[in-house]
Design a protein around this ligand. Structure first.
Ligand code: ATP
Ligand code: MG
Ligand code: MG
Length: 385
């Protein structure tokens, strides 16, 4: 039959499986965990380490194309797979996204502006860091996500302490920028180099974790210009990487209106989950289409959308801290709301457990629905946002 392969068993892999299956594909997931969101819905779950030669060989033998759903798959594993099967994205592209030092150098090289930063490979690099980088954020070059592996530092002494706390791993030190907004661009690039770009999501983070993405269908002139520039920058990055698959580029909008790239993700992205309910083709279906060499789908969004992340916190009563089942019926009673849960066995604070997409004919109506859905789960939602 027609099989597609996925390295990684998290929620992004799960939603990929569901999309690929509805296009008629079977999906094999390679993930060492016994039970995992993607493995539980896959047609085949290969329980092996990401760098296990036998597991990778089994995946390559079964599938016509393989992709990944997280940054930290070893790039050599993707290179090894690519000897036997089509791989999207390539190990070389993923390797850039895995290392903030390489990532920033690459983005700058593509002509896209970034926040001022310095590479910190040794304590001496910190000693030499420009005072303009403070207050700043020290970010471990590898393995961080959801704000993990990052420390806000007011001055060089705090940076030295944070660097030591990280164990002296390679880092970037970035100036803390005055943000007006954050937006992200999700695009798909096929093996023929053709690209499609989704409408930008306007993102709000809480404690370093994406909380809300808002996607209007009507933009004011300033938003439209920012979206155009962001899309252009993301396309330049994708072309520069000779990227195949779904790519996300995160951006900052500064208080003075300038647009800076933040980071890239070589996969479908949390801020693109709105596409599941608001667009003709979801970002996960698009990933499957690239892999299978099918025509890319329309990225048009049909209506304003708001995505709310559901973290494990929702399972804990805010007053008593006791565990409780969230009020799903309350969410589903909200007009235009749809619920996507990832089937994770254990709810932990700060862990992504699912999301809600709200769609409505107008952005105001979407905000009213999002506020109601958030209230049902006792999640903060600022309607003015
Ligand atoms: P992700 O889960 O998106 O991969 P991450 O752990 O890689 O997150 P970043 O995207 O680097 O982290 O930062 C997380 C958030 O912290 C950003 O979306 C932004 O809100 C804030 N942030 C990061 N860098 C800066 C900066 N230089 N100036 C101001 N805010 C920043
Ligand atoms: Mg990141
Ligand atoms: Mg980020």
């Amino acid at each position: 039959g027609n099989w597609l392969g996925m390295v990684g068993g998290g929620q992004l892999g799960r939603m990929f499986c569901q999309s690929a299956q509805s296009l008629g594909y079977k999906v094999a997931v390679l993930e060492p965990a016994e039970s995992c969101p993607a493995g539980d819905v896959a047609d085949l779950h290969i329980r092996s380490a990401y760098d296990d030669a036998a597991g990778l060989a089994q995946l390559a033998a079964r599938c016509q194309a393989v992709s990944t759903e997280f940054e930290n798959v070893p790039a050599p594993s993707l290179d090894a797979l690519a000897r036997d099967v089509r791989v999207a994205p390539a190990g070389s592209a993923v390797a850039v996204a895995q290392d903030r030092i390489r990532e920033k150098a690459f983005i700058a090289g593509a002509g896209v502006p970034l926040a001022p930063y310095a590479e910190i490979r040794t304590a001496a690099d910190l000693d030499a860091a420009s005072p303009e980088l403070f207050p700043g954020i020290l970010k471990a070059a590898r393995l961080g996500y959801d704000g993990k592996g990052q420390a806000r530092v007011a001055d060089k002494d705090q940076a030295r302490k944070a660097y030591a706390d990280f164990g002296g791993v390679a880092c970037v030190l970035e100036a803390l920028m005055p943000l007006r907004a954050e937006l992200s661009v999700v695009l798909a690039r096929g093996f023929d180099g053709r690209c499609v770009v989704y409408p930008s999501a306007w993102n709000e983070h809480r404690d370093g974790i994406l909380a809300v993405s808002t996607v209007p269908t009507q933009l004011d002139q300033q938003q439209a210009e920012l979206q155009r520039s962001a899309a252009q920058a993301a396309l330049a990055i994708a072309a520069g990487l000779d990227y195949h698959g779904v790519l996300c580029v995160e951006f900052f909008v500064l208080q003075d209106g300038r647009l800076l790239a933040n980071e890239i993700a070589p996969r479908p992205h949390n801020s693109g989950h709105y596409t599941m309910d608001a667009c003709i083709t979801s970002q996960f279906e698009q990933q499957a289409r690239v892999m299978a060499g099918l025509p890319l789908g329309s990225t048009d969004s049909l209506c304003p959308a708001i995505m709310l992340n559901i973290l494990g916190d929702v399972w804990f009563d805010p007053a008593s801290g006791a565990r409780r089942e969230p009020d799903w019926a309350g969410v589903l009673a909200v007009p235009g709301a749809s619920l996507h849960l990832y089937g994770k066995a254990e709810a932990r604070r700060g862990r992504k457990m699912g999301h809600i997409n709200v769609v409505a004919p107008t952005l105001d109506a979407a905000r009213r629905s999002a506020a109601a859905a958030a209230a049902a789960l006792h999640i903060p939602f600022d309607r003015a946002a």
